[in-house]
Design a protein around this ligand. Sequence first.
Ligand code: NAG
Ligand code: NAG
Ligand code: NAG
Ligand code: NAG
Length: 346
Amino acid sequence: MAKIAHLVPLGFLAFTSVVAAPGSAIEVRHGVGKDCVELEVPVLVVATDNEYNIPRVDNNIEAADWSVNVTTWSLLVDPRARIVRPVPINATFKINAKLCVPNQRGPRSDILQIATQGNGFDKRYWDVEPSPEKYSYVEAAIRAGYSILTYDKLGTGRSDKPDGYTHVQIPSEVEILAGLTKLARAGKLASSPSRILSGRSTVGDFIPRKVVQVSHAYGSILVQSVLSKYGNLSDAAILTGFYPSSKQGIVNVGYSDHEYAAEHDRNKFGDYGPGYIVLTTRTTQQRLFFHGEEFEPRLLDHANWIKQPKTVGTFASQLTNQFIPAGNFTGPVKVSFSMAFISVST
Ligand SMILES: *[C@@H]1O[C@H](CO)[C@@H](O)[C@H](O)[C@H]1NC(C)=O
Ligand SMILES: *[C@@H]1O[C@H](CO)[C@@H](O)[C@H](O)[C@H]1NC(C)=O
Ligand SMILES: *[C@@H]1O[C@H](CO)[C@@H](O)[C@H](O)[C@H]1NC(C)=O
Ligand SMILES: *[C@@H]1O[C@H](CO)[C@@H](O)[C@H](O)[C@H]1NC(C)=O
């Protein structure tokens, strides 16, 4: 099992093996396969993001300047003091999502897990390619009999990549998760105007009996907001890489090296515009996410290979949700600083 430290709440936890808890009552069924459908889902977002007084990041030089600027400021001043004006968002974004259900129905197959990864990764975070039987959370969930929805957060993978300053921020990302959850609950993920990109279309009509939010790091910040704003939308939640405290959400970006995404790797990230940054090297990934001697180096290579850009707007917006208690949410919650303590059967 990989040994990991979580120094960056907005980041992600590296790949740990996912296993059913020893002696758990959950029967893990071997040989269970899955039916999946990959979808492009238009999600209407009505939210209020903000314009912030932060430097422009349109090249590598400016990315380094930005990091010094926001690090200096964040150590001294609440980032909310940088708000210049609110930016109302009323737009439909195309979100790439993958819904998988066990191909043998069982008592848990109508429980849908919706998985939201940390910053800097797309949905492949949950379906690790090297040794998936050991490291893929999707495979583990299916083996334990659950259905699971993964998605590329706004500005990653095959989802839309709007303005990196004003449009990819916590308030709009919260509405995207809420919107996907509503569609999933209604069995309408695959209904028009969604597009089916591959897989079995009937899977998209699946109506879950229960919805469980599963998240890591930045994803957990989004889930916490969804639980507080839309309490009756979820039946349970597992928040990993999450440590609610007075310092939650304040990230010292000076600790990690970012470059301008389009300049860092033109082949991979050439279609990313202003305000999109990406972690630089394999060593940066290691410093942030892989600690100790026990992790498999090929997982570090894989993490660096699948890494995704993130936006300066996300970092600027990190305190906007203010951790309002989820007064209307009555389901069970598991909070874990690390993911290594999580088993799919909890
Ligand atoms: C940080 O950037 C903002 C916006 O460009 C600028 O107004 C401010 O002076 C900068 N602060 C420092 C310490 O460079
Ligand atoms: C969003 O835009 C649509 C039309 O494009 C309009 O009908 C609706 O009232 C707007 N909603 C808000 C909250 O501004
Ligand atoms: C959940 O709450 C919203 C707003 O409070 C309400 O409109 C909706 O009907 C509720 N849904 C359920 C299933 O109770
Ligand atoms: C719970 O939901 C109701 C109806 O939407 C709302 O009026 C109330 O403020 C919510 N309470 C909390 C604690 O969020």
